[in-house]
Design a protein around this ligand. Structure first.
Ligand SMILES: [Zn+2]
Length: 91
């Protein structure tokens, strides 16, 4: 992997990892597929990948720009998820 690729990967890692509950400040436990649960109040939280994944699962014929608008996740981040085969968008 080239230097830019590594830098991008690091950036995505930092921004997509969640560890503190936005409701109570409790510790979040990663449950897989971008989903977290708070060990204190059981609130479910989704990171960027989780939000995109949930959206495309319920909107089969969506586009990248619609998904970006609906989830607040940047189109570049969504393209990266598609490239890494984390999600599929029916284009
Ligand atoms: Zn909580």
């Amino acid at each position: 992997m080239d230097r830019l690729g590594k830098a991008l990967e690091k950036m995505v890692d930092v921004h997509s990892r969640l560890d503190v509950c936005g409701v109570c400040g409790g510790k979040l436990i990663f449950r897989g597929c971008g989903e977290y649960v708070c060990e204190n109040c059981s609130d479910l939280v989704y990171d960027d990948y989780g939000k995109v994944r949930r959206y495309v699962e319920t909107h089969k014929n969506t586009t990248i720009s619609d998904t970006a608008e609906a989830t607040g996740v940047s189109q570049n981040a969504i393209r990266m998820m598609i490239r890494e085969r984390k999600i599929r968008i029916g284009l």
